[in-house]
Design a protein around this ligand. Structure first.
Ligand code: AMP
Length: 401
C-alpha cells in the first residue's frame, strides 16, 4: 500500500517499467452514450523545466504601452515588473483597436492582457462599455477582482453577472450603468431576456476561455449573445486551443483578427508530473499516505464527479483531514467560502471537479493529485496548471488503475 516515490519517479521514459503499457480507459459521457477515451500514462510522467518560463525577454516594458498613469501605478502596486509574453504581444494591438485571437491558457497573464487596454479605453472615453464573458463563476469573479485592482482610483465601474446568486441584485446594479460587465453566458442571456442588459451598448467584447465554454455546452448561448452584439465592435477572443468548434465561433465573432499564440501548455513546464499505480489498493488509503507526507502543504485533489468528490470529502473528514469541496452542486457562496479557506491556508486540502476548478488562481499549490483521470489530456493540463505557478516548481501526481 505504501507509496514509493522513487520506484516510479524519473525523467521522461525512465520509469517505463512501472507504467501500464496499455492505455488507461475511462468512460466519457456524450449525450446519453458513454464513449471510452484513453490517455497514455506515459504522457503523465514528466520532469519540470522551470527555466523555459524565465527565458522570455519582453519586447516592451509596461511604460511603453502609454497607459494612463493611474493604471501604471496600479500595475506596479500588483508587483508586475515586466509584461508576460501574451501581454507583451497583445496589449499594443488591442490599444490600436485590432480584433485579436489570443491562444493562451490560464497562468499566462491573459487576464491583464485584455483588462489593461479595456480600462485604458474607458478612462479615455467614459461612454465606452465592455462585456467580458467567461465559462465559470469563479473565473468571472477573479477577472472582476483583477480589473478592480487595475482600475483603482478611476471612474471605471464593474458589475458581475453570474448564476447561483439572486438575479434581482444584478438587475439593480446594471441600472447603475457600469462600464464593464463580467459574467457567465447563461446569466447574461437571462438578463438580456429580462431587458436588464442591452448587448448592443457594448462596443468591446471579450470571449474568454472559449474552448471551455464550448466544452460546457454554451454554444447556443454564445451564438445568441453574438447575434445581439453591435456590428461595429472590438472583439477579443481568448482560448487555450483553437478547436474546430472554437474556429467556427471565431469566424463569426471576429473581424480580420490577428492571432497571438503563447505556449498554451506552458504552465505544465513548471510541474514535476508522475503517476501513482493503484494496482488494486484502496485509493483513499493511498491518498491518505500522500497527504501525511512532508511537503504536501497545499494540495488540490481532482475527481470527475460531484458525488465522487462528496464521498471522498466524507471519507477524508472521517480520517481527520480538514478539507472542502468545490463542484457544480455547491452554491456560489459555498464555493467561494471553500476557495477562500484554501487560498488563505485555513485548510490545506481542496477537492474539486474540472468544471468548478477552471481558471481558479491560487498561489502556492504544492501538489495537484488526480484522484481520477480527467476526460481529456487538455483537462489534465488545466488541472496541473494550478500548481507550479509564479516560477515555483509544483508536483502533479495521477492515480492510474
Ligand atoms: P492569468 O493567466 O491572467 O490567470 O494570470 C495568472 C497569474 O499571473 C495571476 O496571478 C496574475 O496576477 C499573474 N500575472 C499576470 N501578469 C503578470 C505579470 N506581468 N507579472 C507578474 N505576474 C503576473
Amino acid at each position: 500500500m505504501s507509496f514509493q516515490r522513487r520506484s516510479f519517479r524519473g525523467p521522461n521514459g525512465s520509469s517505463k517499467q512501472f507504467i501500464n503499457r496499455g492505455r488507461s480507459s475511462f468512460p466519457r459521457r456524450t449525450g446519453n452514450r458513454i464513449r471510452y477515451m484513453s490517455i497514455d500514462p506515459q504522457m503523465l510522467v514528466k520532469k519540470a523545466e522551470p527555466q523555459i518560463k524565465r527565458d522570455y525577454i519582453a519586447r516592451h516594458t509596461f511604460a511603453d504601452f502609454g497607459l494612463h498613469s493611474i493604471i501604471e501605478k496600479n500595475i506596479a502596486a500588483k508587483g508586475y515588473s515586466a509584461p508576460s509574453p501574451i501581454q507583451d504581444q497583445v496589449i499594443h494591438k488591442l490599444l490600436a483597436g485590432q480584433d485579436v485571437i489570443g491562444l493562451a491558457s490560464t497562468g499566462t497573464g491573459k487576464t491583464a492582457a485584455f483588462l489593461l487596454p479595456i480600462i485604458q479605453k474607458i478612462i479615455t472615453d467614459s461612454s465606452q462599455k465592455a462585456i467580458i464573458i467567461t465559462p465559470t463563476r469563479e473565473l468571472a469573479l477573479q477577472i472582476m477582482d483583477e480589473g478592480r485592482a487595475f482600475a483603482r482610483g478611476t471612474r471605471c465601474y464593474f458589475s458581475l453577472v453570474i448564476g447561483g446568486v439572486p438575479i434581482f441584485r444584478q438587475v439593480r446594479e446594471l441600472r447603475r450603468d457600469p462600464q464593464i460587465v463580467v459574467g457567465t453566458p447563461g446569466r447574461i442571456k437571462d438578463l438580456v431576456e429580462r431587458k436588464a442588459l442591452f448587448l448592443n451598448q457594448y462596443k468591446t467584447i471579450v470571449l474568454d476561455e472559449v474552448d471551455r465554454m464550448l466544452d460546457m455546452g454554451f454554444i447556443h448561448d454564445i451564438s445568441y449573445i453574438i447575434s445581439l452584439l453591435p456590428h461595429q465592435r472590438h472583439s477579443l477572443f481568448f482560448s487555450a486551443t483553437m478547436t474546430p468548434k472554437a474556429k467556427i465561433v471565431a469566424e463569426r465573432f471576429l473581424n480580420n483578427p490577428t492571432t497571438v499564440e503563447v505556449a498554451s501548455q506552458k504552465a505544465s513546464t513548471n510541474v514535476d508530473q508522475d503517476i501513482v499505480r493503484v494496482a488494486g489498493q484502496n485509493k483513499v488509503d493511498l491518498l491518505h499516505d500522500l497527504l501525511i507526507k512532508p511537503g504536501f502543504d497545499k494540495v488540490l485533489v481532482f475527481g470527475r464527479t460531484k458525488h465522487g468528490m462528496e464521498r471522498l470529502y466524507k471519507q477524508l473528514r472521517d480520517r481527520g483531514f480538514e478539507t472542502a469541496t468545490i463542484h457544480g452542486n455547491k452554491s456560489q457562496s459555498q464555493r467561494q467560502r471553500a476557495l477562500d479557506a484554501f487560498k488563505k491556508n485555513r485548510i490545506r486540502i481542496l477537492l474539486a471537479t474540472d468544471v468548478a476548478s477552471r481558471g481558479i488562481d491560487i498561489d502556492n499549490v504544492s501538489h495537484v493529485i488526480n484522484f481520477e483521470l480527467p476526460e481529456t489530456y487538455e483537462d489534465y493540463i488545466h488541472r496541473i496548471g494550478r500548481t507550479g505557478r509564479a516560477d515555483k516548481t509544483g508536483v502533479a501526481l495521477t492515480f492510474i488503475d
